[in-house]
Design a protein around this ligand. Sequence first.
Ligand code: GLN
Length: 207
Amino acid sequence: MWRACQRTSVWQVEAFSMTGVLALQGDFAEHVRVLEALGEKATLVRLPADLAKVERLIIPGGESTTIGKLLEQSGLLTAIKKRAKAGMPIWGTCAGAIVLAKHIEGGRADQKSLGLLDITARRNAYGRQQESFETSIMIPTISKKKIAVAFIRAPILTRPGKAVKVLATRGKEIIAVQQGDLLATTFHPEIPGSKQFHYYFLNMGSH
Ligand code: GLN
């Protein structure tokens, strides 16, 4: 797939793939916008039947407690876990990263999550002074250039398991990880409209 991309344009991806964006709550529209700018077909996922149509899934930012509750009510919690076991790539941004995590700190006692990613997500980990901010980060695995991203009441990831590769840190804090076909970022590249992470995600598993 990567070679095919190079022949056309760096940002072009293959036309046959279909990416799902979980659309129960949160900033799913921004993800769809970036995917479409890359020439990728995107569809909103609200029910297990929608999930059946997609090859990969983005879980957007929003409120992880609400997303977890709606995942269970819609039947998607079980359906997504099943697809993940079968190797479907999933990327969680911010609340999406929390929903993917095995352990949650500062969550509600009854908080529902997929528990697929061997890591701890500490909710709302930045102090009030800097709980939301935009910045540019350098992540060599993803891009040779700095990537503009937004942190919005972001979590911090801690205690990565053996299978977890840390892709980026900010100071001592882990902000991006990959575990096989699972990707998690504590920030939002889709809010400033950065395309590099989406491009990386679309090519995951195809190298
Ligand atoms: N603070 C939110 C939560 O814990 C996440 C915020 C976000 O997704 N931007 O669910």
